[in-house]
Write a protein that binds this ligand. Structure first.
Ligand SMILES: NC(=O)c1ccc[n+]([C@@H]2O[C@H](COP(=O)([O-])OP(=O)(O)OC[C@H]3O[C@@H](n4cnc5c(N)ncnc54)[C@H](OP(=O)(O)O)[C@@H]3O)[C@@H](O)[C@H]2O)c1
Length: 266
């Protein structure tokens, strides 16, 4: 039987860090890992959403701590690692989930938007890999799960910065998987299609303002872009992340796994 629950190393539960843990997908990831018995840390910039998520999970009996950390600032990621190390131990499962998405036509896009998206989605994941990988290598066991997107595999119009950042995340995933392949660490990316969450509703609202269409019609268009004609639930992504974190997934590395209702088949 394959068990996707918390793996045990030296009698202790593996410790998971979910960046952007107060957001839509972050909450689902945190809930799934807490439910499976992992020790859990979530991080982000917004204390209120982190606290709400932590309270929800504690009420359900999960063990969780939250810390403020902007992933674009390497010094904050380093002090996050020091605090976690001091209070909880080594992060053995890193989920790089923090991310931002904003659409703009290429010529109209301010340079600052390009920089912010690349810095958050790509350099943010890089910063966390750089800081947390050493502990995994030392213990000879680790899982890095990068939340990418179907935009890591194919291009879409009006999201050049987001698409470039997520292609970059997949490149980071593949190269790092090769460097860690003999050290007990796996590095994979999950590539979701449109999720049924607030980020998608925000994007639909912005597109509705630009085009004069109704938000519901735009959400229906997003759903129809997948052969299954639906949005993906964050819990579906969380369940794939649990699978990748498990002991029995040691042979899966360097992959970008789509979870998108069949929208992208590369
Ligand atoms: N929604 C979708 O359709 C979809 C599809 C494919 C992939 N994804 C990816 O899934 C991930 C989660 O997105 P979501 O849908 O859950 O959106 P969301 O609700 O907006 O969550 C994004 C999270 O990222 C955090 N974040 C943003 N900038 C950060 C920074 N500089 N430092 C630390 N944390 C930061 C935010 O937390 P704070 O505000 O607390 O900083 C927030 O919790 C993202 O990587 C996104 O690209 C989403």
């Amino acid at each position: 039987m394959i068990c996707y629950g918390a793996e045990v190393a030296n009698g202790e539960k593996h410790l998971v860090l979910v960046t952007g843990g107060g957001g839509g997908l972050g909450r689902a990831l945190a809930g799934a890992f807490a439910g499976a018995g992992y020790g859990l840390v979530i991080s982000g910039r917004n204390q209120k959403t982190l606290q709400t998520t932590a309270e929800e999970i504690s009420r359900q009996g999960g063990e969780i701590r939250y810390f403020l950390c902007d992933v674009t600032r390497k010094n904050e990621v380093e002090s996050l690692a020091r605090e976690i190390g001091r209070e909880l131990g080594t992060v053995q499962v890193l989920i790089n989930n923090a991310g931002i998405a904003r659409a703009a036509g290429f010529l109209e896009m301010p340079d600052s938007l390009w920089e912010e998206i690349l810095k958050t989605n790509l350099t943010g994941a890089y910063n966390c890999c750089k800081v947390f990988l050493a502990g995994m290598m030392q213990s000879g066991w680790g899982r890095i799960i990068n939340i990418a997107s179907t935009t890591a595999k194919v291009g879409y119009p009006y999201v050049t910065a987001y698409t470039a950042s997520k292609h970059g995340v997949l490149g980071l995933t593949r190269s790092l998987a090769l460097e860690t392949a003999r050290r007990g660490v796996t590095v994979n990316a999950i590539c979701p299609g449109y999720l049924n969450d607030e980020m998608t509703r925000d994007n639909a609202r912005r597109m509705a303002e630009r085009t004069g269409k109704k938000v519901e019609d735009i959400l229906a268009l997003f759903a129809a872009s997948a052969p299954q004609n639906r949005l993906i639930e964050p819990e579906e992504v969380a369940s794939l992340a649990l699978l990748l974190a498990g002991e029995k997934s040691a042979g899966i590395t360097g992959q970008g796994i789509n979870i998108d209702g069949g929208a992208v088949m590369v």
